[in-house]
Write a new protein. Structure first.
Ligand code: GLP
Length: 249
Protein backbone atom coordinates (compact mmCIF):
# COMPACT_ATOMS: atom_id res chain seq x y z
CA UNK A 1 0.00 0.00 0.00
CA UNK A 2 1.52 3.26 -1.08
CA UNK A 3 -1.16 5.54 0.34
CA UNK A 4 -0.20 7.24 3.59
CA UNK A 5 -3.28 7.65 5.76
CA UNK A 6 -3.28 10.23 8.53
CA UNK A 7 -6.27 10.34 10.86
CA UNK A 8 -6.78 13.46 12.95
CA UNK A 9 -8.95 14.09 16.00
CA UNK A 10 -11.39 16.34 14.16
CA UNK A 11 -12.06 18.07 10.85
CA UNK A 12 -10.30 21.25 11.96
CA UNK A 13 -7.09 19.40 12.81
CA UNK A 14 -7.25 17.54 9.48
CA UNK A 15 -7.65 20.80 7.53
CA UNK A 16 -4.80 22.35 9.53
CA UNK A 17 -2.50 19.44 8.62
CA UNK A 18 -3.30 19.86 4.93
CA UNK A 19 -2.77 23.63 5.07
CA UNK A 20 0.57 23.09 6.84
CA UNK A 21 1.64 20.72 4.09
CA UNK A 22 0.78 23.22 1.36
CA UNK A 23 2.49 26.03 3.27
CA UNK A 24 5.61 23.88 3.66
CA UNK A 25 5.62 23.18 -0.09
CA UNK A 26 5.45 26.90 -0.90
CA UNK A 27 8.11 27.76 1.68
CA UNK A 28 10.46 25.12 0.22
CA UNK A 29 9.66 26.03 -3.37
CA UNK A 30 8.36 29.60 -3.74
CA UNK A 31 7.59 28.99 -7.44
CA UNK A 32 5.64 25.78 -6.71
CA UNK A 33 2.84 24.63 -8.99
CA UNK A 34 -0.21 23.94 -6.83
CA UNK A 35 -3.24 21.92 -7.88
CA UNK A 36 -6.31 23.36 -6.17
CA UNK A 37 -9.69 21.86 -5.33
CA UNK A 38 -12.99 23.46 -4.40
CA UNK A 39 -15.79 22.10 -2.22
CA UNK A 40 -16.84 22.71 1.35
CA UNK A 41 -14.04 20.53 2.71
CA UNK A 42 -11.38 22.88 1.39
CA UNK A 43 -12.74 26.13 2.86
CA UNK A 44 -10.90 25.83 6.20
CA UNK A 45 -7.70 24.87 4.37
CA UNK A 46 -7.79 28.09 2.37
CA UNK A 47 -8.70 30.13 5.46
CA UNK A 48 -5.55 28.81 7.13
CA UNK A 49 -3.40 29.53 4.08
CA UNK A 50 -4.70 33.10 4.04
CA UNK A 51 -3.66 33.37 7.70
CA UNK A 52 -0.23 31.98 6.78
CA UNK A 53 0.05 34.58 4.03
CA UNK A 54 -0.82 37.36 6.49
CA UNK A 55 1.90 35.98 8.74
CA UNK A 56 4.44 36.32 5.93
CA UNK A 57 4.13 33.39 3.48
CA UNK A 58 4.41 34.65 -0.11
CA UNK A 59 2.37 33.14 -2.92
CA UNK A 60 3.62 35.75 -5.40
CA UNK A 61 5.52 33.23 -7.53
CA UNK A 62 3.25 30.19 -7.37
CA UNK A 63 1.25 28.85 -10.29
CA UNK A 64 -2.16 27.28 -9.64
CA UNK A 65 -4.37 24.89 -11.58
CA UNK A 66 -7.89 24.10 -10.38
CA UNK A 67 -9.24 20.60 -10.86
CA UNK A 68 -12.54 21.39 -12.48
CA UNK A 69 -15.26 23.87 -13.45
CA UNK A 70 -18.99 23.70 -14.01
CA UNK A 71 -20.39 23.91 -17.53
CA UNK A 72 -23.40 26.11 -18.17
CA UNK A 73 -23.21 28.78 -15.47
CA UNK A 74 -23.15 32.37 -16.65
CA UNK A 75 -19.49 33.55 -16.58
CA UNK A 76 -18.83 35.26 -13.25
CA UNK A 77 -21.56 33.32 -11.41
CA UNK A 78 -20.62 33.29 -7.70
CA UNK A 79 -20.81 29.47 -7.54
CA UNK A 80 -18.55 28.91 -10.52
CA UNK A 81 -15.33 27.35 -9.31
CA UNK A 82 -13.41 30.26 -10.85
CA UNK A 83 -15.34 32.71 -8.65
CA UNK A 84 -15.20 30.40 -5.64
CA UNK A 85 -11.43 29.86 -5.63
CA UNK A 86 -10.85 33.59 -6.08
CA UNK A 87 -13.19 34.46 -3.22
CA UNK A 88 -11.95 31.75 -0.88
CA UNK A 89 -8.22 31.92 -1.63
CA UNK A 90 -6.60 33.56 -4.65
CA UNK A 91 -7.79 37.13 -4.11
CA UNK A 92 -6.39 37.12 -0.58
CA UNK A 93 -2.88 35.75 -1.08
CA UNK A 94 -1.48 37.65 -4.04
CA UNK A 95 -1.34 34.85 -6.61
CA UNK A 96 -0.60 36.38 -10.01
CA UNK A 97 -3.89 36.13 -11.98
CA UNK A 98 -1.83 35.32 -15.11
CA UNK A 99 -0.57 32.20 -13.33
CA UNK A 100 -3.88 30.96 -11.86
CA UNK A 101 -5.75 28.55 -14.10
CA UNK A 102 -9.31 27.21 -14.05
CA UNK A 103 -10.96 25.50 -17.04
CA UNK A 104 -12.60 28.31 -19.00
CA UNK A 105 -16.35 28.60 -18.72
CA UNK A 106 -16.63 31.02 -21.63
CA UNK A 107 -15.64 28.45 -24.29
CA UNK A 108 -17.38 25.36 -25.64
CA UNK A 109 -16.52 22.63 -23.07
CA UNK A 110 -14.47 20.47 -25.44
CA UNK A 111 -12.34 23.44 -26.40
CA UNK A 112 -11.96 24.51 -22.77
CA UNK A 113 -10.79 20.97 -21.93
CA UNK A 114 -8.27 20.87 -24.79
CA UNK A 115 -6.91 24.30 -23.83
CA UNK A 116 -6.57 23.21 -20.22
CA UNK A 117 -4.59 20.10 -21.12
CA UNK A 118 -2.34 22.28 -23.28
CA UNK A 119 -1.81 24.76 -20.44
CA UNK A 120 -0.93 21.91 -18.07
CA UNK A 121 1.45 20.40 -20.61
CA UNK A 122 3.20 23.75 -21.03
CA UNK A 123 3.75 24.18 -17.27
CA UNK A 124 6.11 22.23 -15.01
CA UNK A 125 4.40 19.27 -13.30
CA UNK A 126 2.08 20.07 -10.42
CA UNK A 127 4.12 19.78 -7.21
CA UNK A 128 1.16 18.99 -4.99
CA UNK A 129 -2.42 18.40 -6.05
CA UNK A 130 -5.11 18.98 -3.43
CA UNK A 131 -8.09 16.65 -3.72
CA UNK A 132 -11.44 16.34 -2.01
CA UNK A 133 -13.54 13.21 -2.31
CA UNK A 134 -17.07 12.83 -3.63
CA UNK A 135 -19.52 10.68 -1.68
CA UNK A 136 -19.55 8.33 -4.67
CA UNK A 137 -15.75 8.16 -4.80
CA UNK A 138 -15.23 10.87 -7.41
CA UNK A 139 -12.14 13.05 -7.55
CA UNK A 140 -12.40 16.36 -9.37
CA UNK A 141 -15.58 15.65 -11.30
CA UNK A 142 -14.44 12.21 -12.44
CA UNK A 143 -17.68 10.39 -11.81
CA UNK A 144 -17.99 6.60 -11.79
CA UNK A 145 -17.04 5.05 -14.14
CA UNK A 146 -13.88 7.03 -14.99
CA UNK A 147 -11.02 5.23 -16.73
CA UNK A 148 -7.47 5.64 -15.39
CA UNK A 149 -6.28 6.97 -18.76
CA UNK A 150 -8.81 9.84 -18.87
CA UNK A 151 -7.58 13.39 -19.50
CA UNK A 152 -9.30 16.76 -19.07
CA UNK A 153 -12.73 16.48 -20.65
CA UNK A 154 -16.38 17.46 -20.42
CA UNK A 155 -18.43 15.12 -18.22
CA UNK A 156 -22.00 14.66 -17.00
CA UNK A 157 -22.44 14.91 -13.24
CA UNK A 158 -24.07 12.00 -11.45
CA UNK A 159 -27.41 12.53 -9.74
CA UNK A 160 -25.78 12.04 -6.32
CA UNK A 161 -23.20 14.75 -7.03
CA UNK A 162 -25.87 17.19 -8.23
CA UNK A 163 -27.81 16.45 -5.03
CA UNK A 164 -24.71 16.87 -2.81
CA UNK A 165 -23.89 20.24 -4.38
CA UNK A 166 -27.47 21.57 -4.37
CA UNK A 167 -26.68 23.28 -1.06
CA UNK A 168 -24.52 25.82 -2.91
CA UNK A 169 -27.40 26.96 -5.14
CA UNK A 170 -30.68 28.75 -4.42
CA UNK A 171 -33.70 26.41 -4.60
CA UNK A 172 -35.13 28.18 -7.66
CA UNK A 173 -31.77 28.41 -9.42
CA UNK A 174 -30.76 26.21 -12.38
CA UNK A 175 -27.92 23.98 -11.18
CA UNK A 176 -25.27 22.77 -13.63
CA UNK A 177 -25.29 19.11 -14.53
CA UNK A 178 -22.08 19.07 -16.56
CA UNK A 179 -18.48 20.04 -15.87
CA UNK A 180 -14.99 20.12 -17.32
CA UNK A 181 -12.58 18.18 -15.13
CA UNK A 182 -8.97 17.11 -15.13
CA UNK A 183 -9.01 13.39 -15.92
CA UNK A 184 -7.63 10.62 -13.74
CA UNK A 185 -4.40 10.47 -15.76
CA UNK A 186 -4.11 14.26 -15.58
CA UNK A 187 -4.41 14.13 -11.79
CA UNK A 188 -1.97 11.24 -11.45
CA UNK A 189 0.67 13.27 -13.34
CA UNK A 190 1.15 15.48 -10.26
CA UNK A 191 4.29 14.77 -8.23
CA UNK A 192 2.34 14.48 -5.02
CA UNK A 193 -1.35 14.02 -4.18
CA UNK A 194 -2.93 15.27 -0.95
CA UNK A 195 -6.54 14.22 -0.38
CA UNK A 196 -8.68 15.58 2.44
CA UNK A 197 -11.98 13.97 3.46
CA UNK A 198 -13.96 14.64 6.63
CA UNK A 199 -17.31 13.59 8.06
CA UNK A 200 -19.40 10.44 8.10
CA UNK A 201 -20.83 11.14 4.62
CA UNK A 202 -17.37 10.31 3.20
CA UNK A 203 -16.69 7.15 5.23
CA UNK A 204 -17.95 4.68 2.60
CA UNK A 205 -16.03 6.40 -0.20
CA UNK A 206 -12.86 6.47 1.94
CA UNK A 207 -13.12 2.76 2.61
CA UNK A 208 -13.77 1.96 -1.05
CA UNK A 209 -10.85 4.16 -2.13
CA UNK A 210 -8.34 2.56 0.24
CA UNK A 211 -9.56 -0.95 0.92
CA UNK A 212 -11.84 -1.85 -1.98
CA UNK A 213 -10.87 -3.03 -5.46
CA UNK A 214 -9.13 -0.62 -7.82
CA UNK A 215 -11.94 0.02 -10.27
CA UNK A 216 -13.29 2.69 -12.61
CA UNK A 217 -16.45 2.54 -10.46
CA UNK A 218 -14.50 4.16 -7.59
CA UNK A 219 -12.45 6.79 -9.42
CA UNK A 220 -10.42 7.64 -6.28
CA UNK A 221 -9.15 4.04 -6.09
CA UNK A 222 -6.89 4.94 -9.04
CA UNK A 223 -4.78 6.97 -6.59
CA UNK A 224 -3.31 3.66 -5.44
CA UNK A 225 -1.39 3.57 -8.71
CA UNK A 226 0.53 6.73 -7.73
CA UNK A 227 3.68 6.57 -5.67
CA UNK A 228 3.16 9.57 -3.39
CA UNK A 229 -0.35 9.94 -2.00
CA UNK A 230 -1.32 11.22 1.44
CA UNK A 231 -4.91 10.88 2.61
CA UNK A 232 -5.85 13.11 5.55
CA UNK A 233 -9.01 12.22 7.45
CA UNK A 234 -10.94 12.98 10.59
CA UNK A 235 -12.17 10.08 12.72
CA UNK A 236 -15.64 10.13 11.14
CA UNK A 237 -14.33 9.77 7.59
CA UNK A 238 -11.93 7.03 8.74
CA UNK A 239 -14.62 5.10 10.62
CA UNK A 240 -15.13 2.47 7.88
CA UNK A 241 -11.47 1.52 7.57
CA UNK A 242 -10.54 -1.92 8.78
CA UNK A 243 -6.88 -0.95 9.22
CA UNK A 244 -5.61 0.56 12.47
CA UNK A 245 -6.77 4.16 12.77
CA UNK A 246 -3.91 6.50 13.51
CA UNK A 247 -1.35 4.51 11.59
CA UNK A 248 0.44 5.84 8.56
CA UNK A 249 0.48 3.06 5.98
C1 GLP B 1 -17.23 18.41 -5.59
C2 GLP B 1 -15.94 18.76 -6.37
C3 GLP B 1 -14.80 17.95 -5.87
C4 GLP B 1 -14.90 17.93 -4.37
C5 GLP B 1 -16.04 17.04 -3.96
C6 GLP B 1 -16.36 17.06 -2.48
O1 GLP B 1 -18.33 18.17 -6.37
N1 GLP B 1 -15.99 18.65 -7.78
O2 GLP B 1 -13.57 18.50 -6.32
O3 GLP B 1 -13.74 17.38 -3.82
O4 GLP B 1 -17.16 17.28 -4.77
O5 GLP B 1 -16.98 18.26 -2.13
P1 GLP B 1 -17.20 18.71 -0.62
O6 GLP B 1 -15.87 19.04 -0.08
O7 GLP B 1 -18.11 19.91 -0.71
O8 GLP B 1 -17.81 17.55 0.08
Amino acid sequence: MRIHVHVHADAEAAAAAVADEIARTVRDRPDAVLGLATGGTMEPVYARLIAAHRAGLSFARVTTFNLDEYVGLPPGHPQSYRSTIRRQFLDHVGVDPARSHVPRDDLPPDRAAAEYEAALAAAPPIDVQLLGLGRNGHIGFNEPPSPPGSRTRAVDLSASTVAANARFFAPDEAQPKRAVTMGIATILAARRLLLLAVGTAKADAVRAMIEGPVTDEVPASALRGHGDVTVVLDGAAAAGLAGDVGLTR
